[in-house]
Ligand binder design. Structure first.
Ligand code: ZN
Length: 658
């Protein structure tokens, strides 16, 4: 591990204590071998003067819900140092009282909750304190005789603290163990099975000590030949159908739809294919801090049958019963990651973000387990120690503040065709806003720009190509784990033409896109929808179905055919719980089908202004793509939970339809 400190960058921070604190915190946060997703914490001690002119010593400490990699000054809570130091001397202090006392001692009550390790930071008699859960250091302590190995590496350069649950108890223990200690002779503090602290009055030195100490642990692992990892060779095709089934089962156990992310890197597959994987992967996490994201142990997939996950659930409930204390409620018994021989590792989360956090932690976990095995045997903390963190109210609170807010479609996976503009694009935006992960398909190459957010995937795809559709459906499953929502929207509107003059080629193109494309899409999607969460298909039809107009034979026939396809699909798929409903929009002018010139031409042919033409319906209202998207979202949600085979107009009211 190398120091990322840059003197020039640091010099630009005007010796501002907090700016330097932000700077070196971000350096630590960039290194995923040190901290992952909100792990670790940093602080700086300073004096602060309030509006009354009173000056007080404060601890600026990382606030809950902030990540070291991206932290900014408002991410630090400022707590009166004297209060924290006095708290450490109390005989006992409940978590609730600790949080209340810390909040009461904050100089800015709007700041986030201070880290649960605030009291410990306050006790360390240096301005800057850095704390990480460095993989190399924690791994060494997670092996047989780990403490002796730490001594061998560092001698008396560090203070060694046995594993104690973080929070007040840990702070008090450190206080007791270090009362007669000359801190200036120490470079850092190792917390067995947990992490490492470094400290100094100079931010650069505190940071560099972290790097040096962690580097020494890495060199030790290397010298012991413990850093070899199993790497799979070649590539393995992804087993999409089984992935969707795995996601379905985990979602059922969790009681909500879960996003599943497959890591099929050579490293993940190498680990999953180890002969002894089920023995070594189920000993526990790297550091207890991870348990709120990952649960204590993963699911080891053998065949992927339901009975396997039932066994996981039973084991989880037994673990809960064995360690529970009064007043605790069992969390959902679904695993958060799985080891899947032949395929790799899968992470599960109620949002894409949560699933990513889990897969990132899992990637480090499988490395540390192998390092630990290379060093005499991976040995995680016993289950009771992990349980107390998993069910610790302060950790649960942390999950609440960092977790996604519950949006109606969180954890669901949608696929929308014709997604680059108009109704399709509006559907994508509405689905994303409601928390779903969305794959958007379009023949328009600009579709790829949709992939800017990890919750959306833009796929360039011609719906008249059945193979391209199958690939797009598989890519969606590969990215998010399954498929719950299908919105068939892609379509084209040929130029107006009487039947007598109709161009056979235009006729075929229209039917191929609007009808056969939709049929092929549904055909490839059904096997996955069958394993989806409350699965639903929405067809974007047309007012032309109940009320066709002259000159639009191909379009009207294609949409009428689509309507029958939807009705048959509703009949066929009801037993699988897949709902199929159709929207018949009319006069939605903010789509690619309607150019300004076409609208003006149509308006003129009715002798109306463009404005009047747009509102030519019973309610005299203008209909937008967003209105259709809102109906589509309603149709895939709970309002339509008991409805299938319905056709709903979004047309402002039409005499001929009514
Ligand atoms: Zn920690």
């Amino acid at each position: 591990m190398q120091s990322l400190w840059n003197n020039r960058e640091a010099a630009e921070l005007d010796n501002d204590l907090l700016k330097l604190r932000v700077y070196s915190s971000r350096l630590l946060g960039q290194e995923t071998d040190l901290v992952l997703h909100g792990g670790g914490n940093t602080s700086v001690k300073a004096t602060s003067t309030d509006l009354l002119g009173d000056t007080e010593e404060v601890l600026h400490i990382k606030g809950s819900g902030w990540d070291l990699a991206t932290i900014e000054a408002p991410g630090f809570a400022s707590v009166k140092l004297n209060t924290l130091r006095r708290l450490a001397r109390l005989e006992a202090l409940s978590d609730t009282d600790m949080v209340a006392m810390q909040r009461a001692a904050m100089t800015d009550p709007k700041a986030p909750h201070p880290s649960i390790e605030a009291i410990l930071h306050a006790l360390i008699p240096f301005k800057y304190v850095d704390h990480t859960h460095a993989d190399a250091v924690v791994t060494i302590t997670n092996t047989e005789g780990g403490e002796a190995k730490i001594e061998e590496i560092y001698g008396d350069r560090v203070i060694v603290i046995p594993y104690i649950m973080p929070g007040f108890l840990l702070a008090r223990t450190v206080d007791e163990l270090t009362r007669d200690l000359d801190w200036s002779r120490k470079e850092g503090m190792i917390l067995l099975n947990h992490g490492i602290f470094t400290f100094h009055d100079d931010p650069k030195e505190s940071y560099n000590r972290m790097i040096r100490l962690v580097h020494a642990a890495e060199e030790y692992l290397c010298a012991q030949g413990a850093m070899a990892l199993a790497i799979a060779t070649g590539t393995t095709p992804v087993d999409h159908p089984t992935l969707a089934k795995i996601r379905e089962q985990v979602s059922l156990k969790a009681g909500r739809p879960m996003i599943a992310r497959l890591d099929n890197s050579a490293e993940a597959r190498g680990f999953a294919d180890l002969d002894r994987v089920s023995a070594i992967a189920t000993r526990g996490p790297i550091t207890p801090d991870h348990v709120i994201h990952t649960k204590r142990i993963p699911w080891i997939i053998a065949s992927g049958e339901t009975a396997e996950l039932d066994a996981y659930e039973n084991a989880y409930r037994t673990y809960f019963k064995a360690h529970r204390t009064a007043g605790l409620t069992c969390l959902d018994p679904a695993p958060r990651w799985a080891v899947w021989p032949g395929q790799g590792v899968v992470g599960f989360g109620k949002s894409h973000r949560d699933a990513r956090i889990v897969t990132d932690i899992a990637a480090h976990t499988l490395r540390c387990i192998q390092y630990g095995e290379g060093l005499g045997g991976w040995k995680a903390l016993p289950a009771d120690r992990i349980f107390e963190i998993e069910y610790w109210e302060l950790e649960q609170a942390k999950l609440q503040t960092t977790g996604t807010t519950d949006t109606p479609l969180a954890g669901k996976v949608a696929l929308v065709t014709g997604a680059a503009s108009g109704i399709g694009r509006a559907c994508v935006d509405s689905l994303l806003a409601q928390g779903a992960c969305v794959a958007g398909l379009d023949i328009d190459p600009k579709m790829e720009t949709l992939s800017k957010t990890p919750m959306a995937k833009g796929l360039v795809c011609d719906v008249t190509d059945p193979d391209a559709l199958r690939t797009a459906v598989e890519k969606t499953v590969r990215t998010y784990g399954g498929l719950d929502i299908l919105i068939s929207n892609a379509g084209l509107l040929p130029a107006s033409q009487p039947i007598e003059d109709s161009d056979p080629e235009a006729w075929h193109r229209c039917l191929d896109t609007n009808l056969t494309g939709a049929m092929n899409l549904v055909r490839h999607a059904i096997p996955y929808l069958r394993h989806g969460w409350e699965p639903a298909i929405v067809f974007i039809g047309s007012r032309n179905v109940p009320a066709p107009g002259p000159g639009a034979a191909a379009y009207s026939v294609s949409k009428a055919g689509l309507n029958q396809l939807a009705r048959v699909a509703a009949l066929e798929l009801a037993t699988d719980g897949i709902r199929v409903n159709t929207i018949h929009p009319d006069a939605v002018f903010d789509t690619a089908l309607w150019t300004q010139a076409v609208i003006q031409g149509r308006a003129a042919s009715y002798g109306l202004s463009v404005e009047a033409y747009k509102r030519k319906n019973l309610l005299e209202t203008e209909i937008s793509s967003r209105d259709v998207a809102a109906m589509a979202c309603a149709m895939v949600g709970p309002v339509f939970a008991k409805t299938t085979g319905a056709q709903v107009p979004v047309d402002g009211g039409n005499n001929r339809v009514i």
